[in-house]
Design a protein around this ligand. Structure first.
Ligand code: SDX
Length: 435
């Protein structure tokens, strides 16, 4: 626990049987926290917060979000500045080690990542067990989980060196694994990574090159894709990161933890929203159909929600959505498809929603998933690859958060309790006496 969190202040909780004094801890930014670790021992009660809407699960120095002001910082650096001036592997270094690298540190880091981009040749056969029409996320969950069967020499989480090599392998190989999932789904041969390409260019080539001809990476597309990677790299204690931390708290190997994170990210309420958002925009199709979908989104009897809208933390614009909206204009303009109908529908949908009392009152704004799909589609990716690209990007954050948790000397296995409302004790009834 860092110094800032030791300031002595307390909160008094008056329970039916007794009063309990609980320490209040202060971070460097954001809300104070009431430390309830002694609450059950001293007060005999649990707290109750099923969606963790008011619960801090850990202390972290990696990413800070101010949802009311739409602020996102990676190790203190505003996401807008990083999106404009940095690139994904430099941000990966920042998230992992806490500071921007020197030129020499960055060169060494990128060289080490590059040297780990190939996967074990035997993994090619693992892919062949899937149906060709398997969703790439299903393949990624399986293949990443299986990495502990191929890289047993980096699964001992108590060995700092093995943790480091596992981290490099995971960040380096996830683009290769995602590209192989895509190639497998379209029946094309796998393309090996190349050491003379940067991270985003390598991924583009592994996805879109074919052995029959040379492939030139378009620098505009590579830069746009790298920015998408960077914007999705980390996001505090979101559902998939919390999944990685909880899996890691049992001592599970890092590959199994990242596979758990990929599985959680797949949900349409989380990372799966980028695929769902583009499918929704396509379904709406034209601007004149927007009012019908706004009405459905507000109708409690209709399960439809505006995908890519709303956020547990942001009650203002998601700063990533702002950057992506600007990037969508730039990239589609540079690619000569600025009149993309899906982008026009997205912009009009955003305009109408943000003037609607329902969305204003519930503070529902576009989130990171609202515009990302439009850019990814323009870059040539099918919707089935949108969430795998999110998972590829977030692997950096998951690894950074997992490393922070594992190296925290106060770390314990995560084991929440419950409010039990089931049957009270009763005796077994033999089957002949049951009615
Ligand atoms: C990501 O946590 C992270 O940081 C995640 C993420 C990351 O980088 O890791 O930012 C990535 O997952 C972004 C979110 C992607 N999901 C979507 O775009 C799916 C659509 N959005 C919703 O399902 C919803 O907004 C959530 C899941 C994102 C947040 O849900 P909450 O915080 O549990 O809020 P809620 O469901 O309680 O909604 C509050 C109210 C409800 O109305 P009431 O019951 O109070 O009357 O707002 C309504 C909801 O019905 N609402 C929506 C809505 N989102 C919320 N109504 C219509 N359309 C929506 N999109």
């Amino acid at each position: 626990m860092s110094e800032e969190t030791h300031k002595a202040e307390t909160a008094r909780l008056d329970l039916p049987e007794k009063a309990v004094e609980l320490p209040v801890l202060h971070g460097t930014m954001g809300p104070d926290v009431v430390d309830i670790r002694r609450l059950y021992a001293d007060g005999g009660v649990f707290t109750f917060d099923p969606g963790f809407t008011s619960t801090a699960s850990c202390e972290s120095k990696i990413t800070f979000i101010d949802g009311d002001r739409g602020i996102l910082l990676y190790r203190g650096y505003p996401i807008e500045q990083l999106a404009e001036k940095s690139h994904h592997l430099e941000v990966a270094y920042l998230l992992l080690y806490g500071d921007l690298p020197t030129a020499a540190e960055l060169e060494d880091f990128e060289e080490r990542i590059t040297r780990h981009t190939m996967v074990h040749e035997q993994m090619h056969y693992f892919y062949r067990g899937f149906r060709r029409d398997a969703h790439p996320m299903a393949i990624m969950v399986g293949v990443v989980g299986a990495m502990s069967a191929f890289y047993q020499d980096s699964t001992d989480i108590n060995d700092p060196e093995q943790r480091e090599i596992a981290s490099f392998r995971m960040i380096a190989k996830i683009p290769t694994i995602a590209a192989m999932a895509y190639k497998y789904s379209i029946g094309q041969p796998f393309i090996y990574p190349r050491n003379d390409l940067d991270y985003a260019s390598n991924f583009l080539r592994m996805c879109f090159a074919v052995p029959a001809e040379d492939y030139e990476v378009d620098p505009i597309i590579a830069r746009a894709l790298d920015r998408i990677f960077l914007l999705h790299a980390d996001h505090e204690q979101n559902a998939s990161t919390s999944t990685v931390r909880l899996a890691g708290s049992s001592g599970a190997n890092p590959f199994a933890c990242i596979a758990a994170g990929i599985a959680c990210l797949w949900g349409p309420a989380h990372g799966g929203a980028n695929e769902a958002a583009l499918n929704m925009l396509r379904e709406i199709g034209t601007v004149d159909r927007i009012p019908e979908y706004i009405r459905r989104a507000k109708d409690k009897s209709d399960p439809f929600r505006l995908m890519g809208f709303g956020h547990r933390v942001y009650k203002n614009f998601d700063p990533r959505a702002k950057v992506l909206k600007k990037s969508a204009d730039e990239v589609l303009g540079l690619l000569g498809i600025e009149n993309n109908p899906t982008l026009q529908v997205a912009k009009e949908l955003e305009r109408i929603a943000l003037e609607d009392d329902y969305f204003i009152e519930k503070k529902l704004y576009p989130n990171v998933d609202f515009y990302s799909g439009i850019i990814l589609e323009a870059l040539g990716f099918p919707t089935s690859m949108f969430t795998p690209i999110f998972a590829l990007s977030r692997t950096v954050g998951w690894i950074a958060q997992w490393k922070e948790m594992i190296s925290d000397p106060t770390q314990k296995i995560g084991r929440p309790r419950q409010l039990y409302t089931g049957p009270t004790p009763r005796d077994y009834v033999d089957i002949e006496y049951r009615s």
